[in-house]
Design a protein around this ligand. Structure first.
Ligand SMILES: CC(C)(COP(=O)(O)OP(=O)(O)OC[C@H]1O[C@@H](n2cnc3c(N)ncnc32)[C@H](O)[C@@H]1OP(=O)(O)O)[C@@H](O)C(=O)NCCC(=O)NCCS
Length: 138
């Protein structure tokens, strides 16, 4: 069953992200989850099987593009179409907000990136630049 996550799912979802190798020391997964649920333009979808969360995808619309983050399927539930279903759920959710295009970022060296081409996503000729602003002095 796919549904939108609630605050009560936080520990299960962030544990799934750890198991799936998606966390990094410089990102706080609990803060990422909490912000996504607390903002109108974003949400987290989860797949629940027998009461356990086994897959997730975060999505959000910034007014120009939609984005997908934290696509994760527990190892024992892979190759059953869950990533496909979650990406479709994200696309439907974004389209309902009027979002025309969805993008995502994949870390260099992630062998699972091939899943996106299988699902019809096209690699783009861009580089991503980032800058932390959260703790910037006024
Ligand atoms: C990548 C991941 C989300 C795929 O989840 P999944 O539920 O197994 O994917 P699906 O079953 O929906 O597969 C959809 C299609 O992609 C293919 N596929 C799945 N994983 C793949 C992989 N690692 N490499 C190539 N193709 C893959 C499937 O065979 C299927 O193809 P088909 O429709 O021709 O049969 C999962 O392996 C995972 O959680 N990996 C670790 C976290 C990660 O890297 N996430 C992406 C971060 S950007």
């Amino acid at each position: 069953m796919i549904r939108e996550a609630t605050a009560a799912d936080q520990s299960a979802v962030t544990a799934l992200w750890e198991v799936c190798g998606l966390t990094r020391p410089w990102n706080d997964p609990v803060a990422d989850f909490t912000r996504a649920l607390g903002f109108d333009g974003s949400t987290v979808f989860v797949v629940e099987v027998d009461g356990l969360i086994v897959a997730s995808a975060m999505t959000g619309y910034d007014g120009h593009r939609g984005w997908v983050y934290y696509l994760a399927v527990a190892p024992e539930h892979r190759q059953q179409g869950l990533a496909r279903q979650l990406l479709t759920a994200c696309e439907v959710w974004l389209a309902a907000l009027g979002c025309p295009k969805v993008e995502l970022m994949v870390r260099d060296g992630n062998p699972d990136a091939a899943v996106y081409e299988k699902l019809g996503w096209e690699a783009q000729p861009v580089r991503v630049f980032a800058r932390c602003i959260a703790k910037r002095d006024a």
